[in-house]
Design a binder for this molecule. Sequence first.
Ligand code: DA2
Length: 253
Amino acid sequence: MNHGIALVRRPSSRLAEGLVTHIERSTVDIELARRQHDAYSAALEGAGWTVRDVVPAEHCPDSVFVEDTVLVCGNRAVLARSGAPQRRPEVAGTESAVRAVGLDVTRIETPGTLDGGDVLQAGDTVYVGRGGRTNGEAIRQLRRLLPDRRVVGVPLGRVLHLKSAVTALPDGTFLTWPGLVDTAVFPAVRTVDEEPGCHVVPLGGDRVLIAASAPKTAALLDDLGFTPVVVDISEFEKLEGCVTCLSVLVPQV
Ligand SMILES: CN(C)C(=N)NCCC[C@H](N)C(=O)O
């Protein structure tokens, strides 16, 4: 079964210089990060996604977190404009990749700022975290760019991105870690016991990608009838990354 294309971007050798905002900096093992990235890509392939590499951006330490550079919605790609100016050069390579896939391309324009990690899609609703990386102007622009979607702004607390605190399961429920976002806007919330447990990527069918650092949540998902696909992403977690950030899924339509 081919679910579509998964865009990934190999880690820069400067990965260890990536941004950290809400956690202490710790030492990143670049060789281990490369192996983890290969295993992450293999997990996507194994789940039925055709993996395509976005051209690497050696000079951009955070470029492996490709999710932040674009929002894919149906056949449209909205290029992001990060609230962290040093991440903006990452977008050019992503633009080439989404054009090669055949998506219709638009972009967030100045003074809007948006990171893809702040955008959570569930059905026809697009939740957008309003925090350090994404501003109200970008949310306004998204409403114009995606007129067939319900765009809901979600104020963020002390957390990097919306998807650092809440993601969606295929059954219409949301996994959250308490205290970081106002969960009242989400229809059916399940609170998890471990912070990385609120980060999942539905891979099609009953498969759900989750980090090895969230074993209790992986067991919960199994118990709820999902098939957890577990990947170790410890080196990316040291830079506030999670399983969502390392790919952009372009489902076959
Ligand atoms: C959902 N998440 C967390 C993301 N999409 N991106 C993580 C980016 C981490 C990077 N060091 C930064 O600070 O930009």
